[in-house]
Every structure is written in structure tokens, then in C-alpha cells.
Ligand binder design. Structure first.
Ligand SMILES: NC(=O)c1ccc[n+]([C@@H]2O[C@H](COP(=O)([O-])OP(=O)(O)OC[C@H]3O[C@@H](n4cnc5c(N)ncnc54)[C@H](OP(=O)(O)O)[C@@H]3O)[C@@H](O)[C@H]2O)c1
Length: 244
């Protein structure tokens, strides 16, 4: 299958391109650095010409009030171009529980992205993943100083980006779901505990202070970010990854 992977130079996109090409499909990465800008539409018609599938793995440059505009404009452009090119399947990657955390503008932006895709003219699939292992250092640094890291006890279920990319690749070359598939890591952690495990594994002697008002993930509670029944559970465990 011929697939355009927009955001194909990013963490997930670059892995999806490799997986698809290694399994005999033709996947082409696109991003501003290759001449495609989803916000302006530059390079889109050429990129989608003759493609069976478009996979959108872009991300907003900021997670703030500008993020809804990024997803609105990029999705409008992508769907108009995919419809014109008669692309048969559009795929996006969203976040497990995004609709449960309306206080986070970035999560509202991801729900907006999903809603635009669902209402659009192109057969679609949505993959929702939990927080990537690779994102955890960003989460820890958000509320860190020289001696402490403040983290809420919010439950998270982190997943290896490689497992996410594998699922996105498989969904991309299958029949459109016309719905959503959730994928999550094998273990649930309280974020403060996950911080302690991570710092210890890195030989970082700072202490974690539990603070349910600290950082982005303070906005989530209970099992908001935890995959529900029916989700695909990935194999790679966070503790194993830390030990590597
Ligand atoms: N982080 C998490 O834990 C998590 C969990 C679930 C879902 N997700 C979702 O996963 C998706 C992919 O995340 P990621 O970490 O792989 O992102 P990433 O590494 O930041 O990559 C983003 C990609 O988007 C491209 N891009 C940015 N602006 C663009 C534009 N205007 N036009 C075309 N391409 C553009 C970038 O190109 P350049 O390299 O040229 O800048 C890059 O290829 C995101 O939508 C995110 O919401 C993330």
C-alpha cells in the first residue's frame, strides 16, 4: 500500500515509516523539513497523489492555547486534500482518556482533532495511546528543581513508542476502523511512584514529593488516563526498559 506519513520525521512517525517499508509497503515521510506544511497546505496535493492511506503523526509545537488551532487547521487541510486525492483511509494518533480531562487545553485539542476526522469525508481510524516512555523525562522535568521533583499521584499506564508505532502501522494497512482502538502499556503506576522508580534507575538522587496540584497531570484523576476493557495491551514493560 502507498502511504503518506505526515509527521514522518517525528518519534512515532519515523518508526511507522520504517515498519511499513520493512513489511513491503511504500511509506513516504512528510514534514516541514521535506517540504510539506500541514498548516498552510504546502506540498499536500503532491504528497497525497496516488496514496491509499494518509497517516497524520504531527504534533502541535506548543501544548497551550494555540494547540486547538493547530489541530483544527491541519486536519481541515489534510481532509480536504485527502478527499480531493480520493485517499481511502486517514489515520491519526490520539491519547487514551483525552476526553476525560477537559481542563487540559491540549487534550481538548486532541478531542477536537478526533471529532474533525470523524465528521470528515474520508474513511478513518483513530489510535489512542497512553503516555510514551520517552515522554516521561519531559513530565518529570516539568516540576523539577535541583533537589526535588513534585508529582501528583495520578495513575498512568506508560507505553514504549515502538509498541505504539507497531499498532499504528498495523491499523494503517487494515480496513478503516470507523472508530477508535486504544493501546496501553502493561503496567499502571501512580505518577509520583513512577518518578521515584525512574530517578532511582537514572542514579538521580533528587527526591519525589507527592503534590496533587503539581504539573500537567494534576488535571487528571482516578482512572482517566488508564486504558479500559478492550484495549490492546503492549508487551514492553517500563521497568524492563529502565534496566536496559
Ligand atoms: N507524548 C505522548 O505520550 C503521546 C501519547 C499519545 C498520543 N500522542 C500523540 O502522538 C502524536 C505524535 O507524537 P510524537 O511524539 O511522535 O511527535 P513529534 O516527535 O513531536 O513529531 C511531530 C512531527 O510533526 C511534524 N510537524 C510539525 N508541524 C508540522 C506541520 N505544520 N506540517 C507537517 N508536519 C509537521 C514534525 O516535523 P519536523 O520534525 O520537521 O518538525 C514531526 O515530524 C501527537 O499527535 C501526540 O498528540 C502522544
Amino acid at each position: 500500500m502507498k502511504t503518506a506519513v505526515i509527521g514522518g520525521t517525528g518519534l512515532i512517525g519515523s518508526q511507522v515509516v520504517k515498519i511499513l517499508n520493512a513489511s513491503g509497503h511504500e511509506a513516504v515521510p512528510h514534514s516541514p523539513s521535506t517540504g510539506l506544511d500541514l498548516l498552510t497546505g504546502r506540498g499536500l496535493p503532491e504528497a497525497l497523489k496516488g496514496t491509499d492511506v494518509v497517516v497524520n503523526l504531527t504534533n502541535s509545537p506548543t501544548f497551550d492555547d494555540a494547540s486547538p488551532m493547530f489541530f483544527q487547521q491541519s486536519m481541515d487541510n489534510m481532509l480536504a486534500a485527502a478527499n480531493a486525492a480520493r485517499t481511502g483511509h486517514a489515520v491519526i494518533l490520539s491519547i487514551v482518556g483525552a476526553d476525560q480531562v477537559p481542563d487540559l487545553v491540549y487534550y481538548r485539542a486532541k478531542v477536537l482533532q478526533e471529532d474533525i476526522l470523524k465528521a470528515g469525508p474520508v474513511p478513518y481510524s483513530i489510535v489512542r495511546a497512553t503516555q510514551f516512555f520517552e515522554f516521561m523525562d519531559v513530565v518529570l522535568s516539568e516540576t523539577a528543581d535541583e533537589k526535588t521533583v513534585r508529582l501528583p499521584a495520578t495513575l498512568v499506564q506508560p507505553i514504549a513508542s515502538a509498541d505504539v508505532a507497531q499498532e499504528v502501522a498495523e491499523v494503517s494497512v487494515a480496513t478503516p476502523l470507523q472508530g477508535t482502538r486504544d493501546i496501553a502499556g502493561p503496567d499502571v503506576f501512580a505518577l509520583d511512584e513512577l518518578g521515584r522508580i525512574t530517578l532511582a534507575a537514572h542514579g538521580d538522587h533528587r527526591s519525589v514529593v507527592t503534590d496533587n496540584s503539581a504539573g500537567t497531570f494534576a488535571a487528571a484523576s482516578g482512572d482517566d488516563l488508564i486504558a479500559k476493557d478492550g484495549a490492546v495491551i503492549a508487551k514492553t514493560a517500563y521497568r524492563e526498559r529502565l534496566a536496559q
